[in-house]
Design a protein around this ligand. Structure first.
Ligand code: SF4
Length: 206
């Protein structure tokens, strides 16, 4: 598990600098810790605001992301941008990343070992952002970040918490591309997320 029940990261030892995000990023981009690096084009790091205390986390980069070196920039990413825009959430005001930073072959799910190998990078991103809300996108991210018992079709749109850290799982935009009828429930989720964004901005004077 990434977090304990109090919402704290389960490990405190990191091999990445915790006081200079750009240095950390540069170091992470050179990672070759697992076998995914041998089949992908490049490491795709997260991007966005380090200040707004909200993270969106998917499972791994797809083909477009692998090519461009940025997260959520393919068809699914463009759909996510549209939903964010409709919900009046600025993409620049959130941090978007993935559990694994290298594209799994054929877009398969990352394995437990791959997610574990990549966890120091995700944990360091979490350290920098210190999120109050995390939005896991899709089943793999929801189970990894919240609990292995989470079922995305049943549990999306529900708030979960570990201490002061809140999670709102929703469908991955790639799933929405294949299941148009799920856009309506996701819209409801984003209304909740927008309220949380406003609340965080108010509380932390962002
Ligand atoms: S997936 Fe993560 S751990 Fe594996 S090589 Fe890429 S950056 Fe490193």
């Amino acid at each position: 598990m990434l977090f304990n029940q109090n919402g704290q990261l389960t490990e405190t030892m990191f091999n990445y600098p915790e006081n200079d995000y750009e240095v950390f990023r540069e170091k992470a981009l050179k990672c070759e810790r697992c076998n995914l690096r041998s089949t992908c084009t490049q490491v795709v790091m997260g991007e966005g605001s380090l200040d707004h205390k909200i993270m969106f986390i998917g499972e791994g980069p797809g083909a477009s992301e692998d090519k461009k070196g940025r997260p959520f920039v393919g068809r699914a990413g463009r759909l996510l941008d549209k939903i964010l825009q409709s919900a009046n959430i600025k993409r620049n005001n959130i941090y978007i990343t993935n559990i694994v930073k290298c594209r799994p072959p054929e877009n398969r799910n990352p394995t437990d070992n791959e997610m574990k190998a990549c966890s120091p990078i995700l944990k360091t991103e979490i350290k920098y952002i210190n999120p109050k809300v995390i939005v896991p996108l899709g089943s793999v991210a929801s189970r990894y970040l919240i609990d292995s018992s989470v079922k995305i079709t049943k549990d999306r749109g529900k708030w979960y918490n570990k201490g002061d850290l809140y999670f709102l799982p929703t469908f991955h935009p790639a799933y929405l591309l294949r299941n148009e009828n799920m856009k309506k429930p996701v819209w409801k989720d984003f209304k909740k997320i927008k309220k949380a964004v406003d609340r965080i901005e108010e509380l932390y004077n962002i």
